[in-house]
Design a protein around this ligand. Structure first.
Ligand code: MG
Length: 204
């Protein structure tokens, strides 16, 4: 299975990243299957970074094989969603960006993609109007609504499938809103879609 992630998909986050980069098309990167962290397993802080940031994101799971999917049919290619974290080694990413190099080691390391329990998208009348948030140690640190996405889920699916065949079980992290920040040892991480807690794990 493949894990795709979208960069810079919320204007509020782009502002906090001081990104002047404006794209007519989604920014895509990938994480390997070894990045997946699920079932509430703990995340162990890696020794290669002193600045691991959470990025809370809506994650969709592909439910049907597809290539060159038209935007108007894209909604048929996923059935379940959850909330996940796009863990980022911000110190490494900053250095690599400055050097104009690819970001993989900053974004795609082992366990850098925790995901919560998946729920049916049918619970939500409008995919582009879903609240989500992250609590750390019981305090809300980041919240967003999918209405704020620059590129909608259906646009993202159409775009990715031009280049990559989407297969059942592939995941797409759809970007983070403003409010990213660091995690520390013993933090308790809880991710919600609307009022439902789907993600729950600890930093070790
Ligand atoms: Mg992200």
């Amino acid at each position: 299975m493949k894990i795709f992630a979208i960069g810079l998909n919320y204007a509020s986050h782009n502002e906090e990243m001081k990104s002047v980069f404006v794209s007519e098309e989604p920014v895509i990167f990938m994480k390997p299957d070894t990045a997946l962290l699920k079932n509430g397993k703990p995340f162990f802080l890696p020794d290669f970074s002193n600045e691991i940031h959470y990025e809370t994101e809506i994650v969709i799971k592909i439910s049907r094989l597809g290539k060159n999917i038209a935007e108007r049919f894209a909604h048929r290619y996923y059935q379940e969603i959850t909330v996940g974290i796009d863990f980022t080694a911000r110190d490494l990413q900053r250095r690599l960006k400055q050097q104009g190099l690819p970001w993989e080691i900053a974004k795609s390391f082992d366990n850098s993609a925790p995901v919560g329990n998946f729920i049916s998208k049918d619970k939500f009348p409008d995919m582009q109007d879903i609240d989500f948030h992250l609590d750390i140690n019981g305090k809300t640190v980041q919240k967003g609504n999918t209405a704020e996405m620059i590129f909608s889920v259906n646009k993202i699916i159409a775009y990715i499938s031009k280049f990559f065949t989407l297969k059942i079980g592939d995941l797409i992290f759809t970007g983070t809103p403003a409010g990213i920040g660091p995690v520390a040892i013993n933090d308790h991480i809880e991710g919600y879609i609307e009022d439902e807690k789907l993600l729950d794990f600890s930093i070790k």
